[in-house]
Design a protein around this ligand. Sequence first.
Ligand SMILES: CC(C)(COP(=O)(O)OP(=O)(O)OC[C@H]1O[C@@H](n2cnc3c(N)ncnc32)[C@H](O)[C@@H]1OP(=O)(O)O)[C@@H](O)C(=O)NCCC(=O)NCCS
Length: 166
Amino acid sequence: MPATPYRLRPADTGDIQEIAVMSRCLIEVGLRGWTWHPARVARALRARETCVLVADVRGRIAGFAITEFGDTRAHLSLFAVKPVYQRRGIGMAMIEWLVESTLTAGIDHFTVEMRANNFAARSFYEALGFRQQQYIAGYYQNVEPAIRMRRDLQQQAAARESNKTV
Ligand SMILES: CC(C)(COP(=O)(O)OP(=O)(O)OC[C@H]1O[C@@H](n2cnc3c(N)ncnc32)[C@H](O)[C@@H]1OP(=O)(O)O)[C@@H](O)C(=O)NCCC(=O)NCCS
């Protein structure tokens, strides 16, 4: 697969509609209703503790990630790469950018939930060092189960600290 030139940037208001549509088509597909509608994405964009990151390919959105930063936990709320751009390392680059920000903020772990039958996403997160933490029955609309995965960052944080002191 040829390398795709992309840049990671914070989302702006011009991205709201496309992010919401991507959520409906790539993440919420098959669920009743549309929970990440444009107004909700706009709220996420304004929230101080939330980062909305976009992978931009020549001015078009290839992928996006919405992450909430707490005191000890960063939580990936919504994340997708358009099918045409998948398997080119864009998803991995976005997560690594977010992990770097999480480490800088002194947060010690990262969590994410996905449908239990989303084996592609489960393989993706496993490849990135996330481990299965919990099976949650009825998580999506009281019908579909979810898997919660977690990546601990303490070791990475410690390694980073010891590099600083050398
Ligand atoms: C999950 C998703 C974000 C991955 O994005 P991506 O840009 O294609 O991922 P990358 O190219 O960075 O993949 C990195 C590694 O993850 C693993 N991986 C990614 N997609 C995979 C798949 N479909 N099946 C198996 N492993 C996969 C591979 O190890 C891959 O490395 P490789 O291509 O060298 O084998 C993307 O498939 C997607 O948007 N899916 C639909 C929405 C979704 O499920 N979102 C996540 C819900 S929380």
